[in-house]
Write a protein that binds this ligand. Structure first.
Ligand code: DUT
Length: 160
């Protein structure tokens, strides 16, 4: 899957958000923590780990929106470090959804501690595995990303 268009859109959104801020402090670490939180919110909507509950997962559209929130932050982190990828790196990660979430937390941590193109690509591979497990296609992801990107502008404009 091509990522160039998404990086361009993310660059524009990040610039818009940055220009809306009074204090221009470095927010790279905040974005890293935001990615952890988005991953946890995504896991929560899938309810994959809730062995104590019989309630099913949220609707696919809700899960997809959480998923693309993470994609925003992955793109944004990459832009800050000059790691814009032209395409989504391929790779296989074994395990059920719970295992994939646990492995992905590790890959976020590893990237945040060791900022290399390899650890960055590994993040994408993990998110690719999650998308595969959730049954999201490239088109689903692109469409949901574009919609959320636009909503993020609206939120900024309404003083969110
Ligand atoms: O520099 C930034 C900062 C934020 N975002 C985007 C990513 C994500 O799509 C959204 C933040 O997530 P969310 O919509 O969940 O925001 P929230 O403040 O956590 O919302 P809520 O309080 O409704 O959960 O803002 C960026 O793209 N770049």
């Amino acid at each position: 899957m091509q990522l160039t268009q998404l990086y361009k859109m993310q660059y524009g959104l990040d610039l818009f958000i940055s220009n809306n801020r009074k204090e221009k402090t470095d927010v790279f670490r905040e974005k890293g923590l935001a990615l952890f939180v988005e991953l946890a919110e995504l896991a929560n909507e899938t309810r994959c780990f809730k062995f104590w509950s019989t309630k099913g997962p949220s609707e696919n559209s809700v899960i997809l929106e959480e998923y693309v929130d993470s994609i925003h932050f992955i793109l944004s982190l990459g832009i800050e470090k000059g790691f814009e990828l032209s395409s989504w790196p391929e790779g296989k990660i074994e395990g059920d959804l719970t295992e994939l979430f646990l492995k992905t937390t590790l890959s976020i941590n590893t990237f945040m501690e060791k900022l290399t193109i390899e650890t960055y690509e590994d993040l994408w591979v993990h998110y690719g595995a999650i998308a595969g497990k959730l049954g999201f296609t490239n088109e689903d992801i692109i469409e949901a990303y574009i919609a959320k990107n636009e909503e993020n502008y609206n939120r900024q404009n309404t003083g969110y």
